[in-house]
Design a binder for this molecule. Structure first.
Ligand code: B3K
Ligand code: ZN
Length: 873
């Protein structure tokens, strides 16, 4: 397959002023009639190549005249019409088979519910069309289906009619007044229950809110509804953006490739991103639902009203919308904890992506399959790039920039340049160098050293930046990097920051701007050498190497007014100790050093922090992937040993404060999902895990009683996970108990699969193999596949990477089996193999040969081909 290139972008040859779509729904033969009002851009007749895949063409008419066989051509991907008049009406009739659609793109069936997924290129599986985001059209839709099996018929926009037909059929008419690209089209039909509410906008308009789900799940929709109402209010308050239709609908379906989709006025959600109830969902699920509901809602402006010119610009809508949902969550809960969670995710996943064979800039320059580019880089690094603009301009100018962006481009399909230009125009700043963030891949490394001159009372910070080469990009240029800094005095005070040559302003935090390879900044007016606090709030997505000593870090952990950097200090201390222990293992018993343990103990005693989720985060060891990135060769066995010993030691040595924290958090926890109660549970369960790992025999009963007594999924699952991990007496029987209780709740069954797939031991390949034989396992449901195979391959280091290659074979077998059914999910699973060069030669060889085996599969999808070939390249 040939790559598609950004440089080859050409505007479409024609516009569609309007489309009317008529669906006659049937599982095996759905008839789609499309009427397109065409206007060529040249004003002259043009040849028109419409996109289409797996469609059965029934007839074509232009201005009511049926076309003869020699007036069009059809191949696997296009319907080409020759000499289309400059204005005309094209009518195309096709049929499709939703029941057979296992790719879950286009129109498919999920548990008897018809639903659509059109982003990125699913609309072409519904009808022939110019399926590209810069073709925006007004939609009129008619849906006809069986009344009994499909009482609910939905599409975008407003309902404008409907009624009963003969033979137990009925129909509905929908019209969307907003022009939109085809990827935002949606249709849903089925037997769905509805939860209704409403929102009154700031300007006083009443918007009806409807959430649809299976009747068995409708009692799990209240949290999503509440999240939606808060999102609508927040977007009005924070950005002055109001919803623009009288109706907003969300539908949850069980089979979905992604989290959710922002179709205009009719979002379609994976049930895993919509349903939440405290007995079936964890606190993490509650936060995830809130975040995704907000994200999709925010897309109504950043995505739907202003969309992308082409798919290379994907980060234009995704980076901005992720940034907006981060701000929202940060306002709803603890800002520090939210930032920490986001940075952890970025470093563990995006940094790894940026350091591997699949590295790409947030705006890629070419792709084989666009679905492979819904990545951590486009989303999360993209959000960091927007955040840097916010940091460089400040909140006020940033908001002005957003206002200008929406005012200028409302109703159109634009590029990343258009976004940055709005920011440049409101601020008068030169952002040309900043644009390199859009084209340059790889994680920049920023080094900083310091020199204190006691004779002049000045501290000089010397920065250098460099970005390592990535595939296809050897040489890198310097970037525009905002570095937020502060100085912490010897007594723990925040010192005023005065740069040489400036007047004193008294501020204790400020942003330094790196634009060159090497730059230094001198702070004056200092009595004694302070400890610099650099990259506060993680003000840029870079790897920071500083010359801070262990004492400096302990000082920051105690005193830094920036909560993120307090956490970061603890992480650095732990990471350093872990990496050292891995390097010397197995000759010596790895132990965390006494200072770290003492710092943890101080934190637990609660004298420093009142935010319990922050304490839990700060007490947690860094993620496996973050540590792995610091090793030249990933030694999974040594990593496992070291992490385990560290946890055991902390659990044993801090028994008393951990137990005290456990008890006091249990008292604060009122079983609600208020931020404070969730925070208490986070710390409670972190303490429980340490205690049980530290002394399994002694604390197993505590975990068992938590499992038995709590009615909250968060508590149950935490206890069960730790019990299964220590493999004691209770684990196996409680796993059975858990399944017995929840076997009819698909989302809970996913947790049951994921929990077992994630137990790190050497028996896991066999355990996962056996779980695949379980009657509840199916390759047809992406959530289940991700729960079992995704967790096993991404989160079970020693099991997946077992020396005999059993884990690799298992994954490759399933990727191959899945590829012909659902290539998107197969390709996603395959990305783990992309890390093969990071392991020892023996494992490299084994992973590489699985990649080669996959690549040799006849008829392999474009999706998997691209990932496998780039991974080997
Ligand atoms: N825009 C969708 C992603 C669709 C994925 C297509 N492969 C969800 C989101 O980011 O909001
Ligand atoms: Zn999005």
């Amino acid at each position: 397959p040939e790559p598609i290139r950004l440089a080859d972008y050409r505007p479409p040859v024609c516009e569609f002023e309007e489309i009317s779509l008529d669906f006659v729904l049937d599982p095996d033969v759905t008839t789609v009639t499309s009427r397109l009002k065409v206007k060529t851009r040249s004003g002259a007749p043009e040849t028109l190549a419409l996109d289409g895949r797996e469609l059965t063409l029934k007839s074509i008419k232009i201005d009511d005249r049926p076309l003869g066989r020699d007036e069009f051509q059809v191949d696997r991907e296009h319907l080409t019409l020759i000499d289309v008049p400059s204005t005309c009406l094209i009518e195309i009739v096709t049929t499709i088979a939703p029941r057979l659609n296992s790719a879950l793109m286009g129109l498919y069936l999920s548990n008897g519910i018809y639903c659509t997924q059109c982003e990125a290129e699913g609309f072409r599986r519904i009808t022939y069309f110019l399926d590209r985001p810069d073709v925006m059209t007004r939609y009129k839709v008619r849906i006809e289906a069986d009344l009994a099996s499909c009482p609910v018929l939905l599409s975008n926009g407003n309902p404008v009619g409907g009624g009963k037909l003969a033979n137990g059929r009925h129909f509905a008419l929908w019209e969307d007044p907003f022009r939109k690209p085809a990827y935002l089209f949606a249709l849903v039909a089925g037997d769905l229950a509805c939860l209704e509410d409403h929102h009154v906008t700031r300007s006083g308009r009443r918007v009806a809110l409807k959430l649809y789900a299976d009747s068995a799940a409708i009692d799990q929709c209240a949290h999503a509804m509440d999240s939606l109402k808060r999102s609508m209010r927040w977007d009005e308050d924070a950005y002055g953006l109001e919803y623009d239709l009288d109706l907003f609908q969300i539908v949850g379906v069980g089979d979905f490739n992604f989290g959710a989709m922002e179709n205009k006025g009719l979002n379609i959600f994976n049930t895993s991103a919509l349903l939440a109830r405290t007995d079936t969902s964890t606190d993490g699920d509650f936060q995830q639902v809130e975040r995704i509901v907000a994200h999709e809602y925010f897309h109504n402006w950043s995505g739907d009203r202003v969309t992308c010119r082409d798919w290379f610009q994907l980060t234009l809508k995704e980076g901005l919308t992720v940034f907006r949902d981060q701000q929202f969550s940060s306002d709803m809960h603890s800002a520090a904890v939210k930032r920490i969670a986001d940075v952890m995710l970025l470093r563990e996943t995006q940094f790894a992506e940026d350091a591997g064979p699949l590295a790409h800039p947030i705006r890629p320059e070419s792709y084989v399959e666009i679905n492979n580019f819904y990545t951590r880089t486009v989303y999360e690094k993209g959000a960091e790039v927007v955040r840097m603009l916010h940091t460089l301009l400040g909140a006020e100018l940033f908001r002005k920039g957003i206002d200008l962006y929406f005012a200028r481009h409302d109703g159109s399909a634009v590029t990343c340049e258009d976004f940055v230009q709005a920011m440049a125009d409101v601020s008068g700043r030169d952002l040309r160098r900043f644009m390199r963030w859009y084209s340059q891949a790889g994680t920049p490394e920023v080094r900083v050293t310091r020199e204190f001159d006691s004779s002049t009372g000045s501290l000089t910070l010397e920065f250098t930046q460099s970005t390592p080469p990535t595939p296809g990009q050897q040489a890198k240029l310097p970037l525009h990097i905002p570095i937020r800094v502060g100085l912490v005095g010897r007594d723990g005070q925040a010192l005023p920051l005065q740069l040489a040559g400036e007047n004193a302003k008294g501020e204790t935090a400020r942003v330094l701007e790196l634009t060159e390879e090497r730059q230094s900044f001198t702070f004056v007016g200092l009595d004694a050498a302070p400890v610099p606090s650099i990259l506060r709030g993680f003000s840029a997505p870079v790897r920071l190497r500083s010359d801070l000593t262990k004492d400096d870090l302990l000082h920051l952990l105690k005193h830094d007014e920036d909560a993120f950097n307090r956490w970061e200090a603890a992480q650095s201390l732990a990471a350093e100790a872990i990496v050292q222990a891995i390097r010397m293992s197995p000759q010596r018993q790895p132990v965390p050093d006494a200072d770290l343990i003492q710092a943890y103990s101080r934190l637990l005693e609660g004298s420093i922090e009142q935010d319990h989720a922050f304490v839990a985060r700060t007490l947690s060891l860094p993620g496996r992937s973050f540590i792995a990135q610091q090793l030249s060769v990933i030694d999974v066995d040594a990593m496992h040993r070291v992490f385990k010993t560290f946890q055991e030691t902390i659990g044993r040595e801090l028994e008393a404060p951990l137990l005290a924290a456990y008890r006091s958090m249990a008292r604060i926890d009122d079983g609600s999902t208020r931020t404070a109660a969730m925070a208490a549970r986070t710390l409670k369960n972190a303490a429980l895990a340490y205690l049980v790992i530290g002394q399994p025999a002694k604390f197993e009963p505590l975990a068992v009683s938590q499992y038995r007594q709590s009615s909250m999924m968060t508590d149950r699952l935490s206890a069960l996970r730790i019990l299964a991990e220590i493999d004691g007496a209770a684990g196996a029987s409680l796993l059975e108990d858990f399944y017995g209780r929840w076997q009819n709740e698909p989302l809970v069954v996913n947790k049951w699969f994921a929990l077992q797939a994630g137990i790190e031991d050497y028996k896991s390949p066999e355990r996962v193999e056996a779980l695949m034989q379980h009657p509840a396992f199916t390759l047809a449901n992406p959530n289940r596949v991700r729960a079992l195979l995704g967790t096993f391959s991404m989160a079970n280091l020693i099991g997946f990477h077992r020396e005999d290659g059993a884990g690799y074979r298992l994954l490759a077998d399933k990727v191959i089996e899945l590829d012909s059914k659902n290539a998107q999910v197969a390709a996603r699973l395959l990305t783990t193999f992309g890390r093969w060069r990071r392991f020892d030669l023996h494992r490299q060889q084994m992973m590489k040969s699985q990649l080669e085996r996959i690549l040799a599969v006849p008829g392999l999808s474009r999706d998997s081909y691209e990932i496998a070939s780039k991974s080997l390249g």
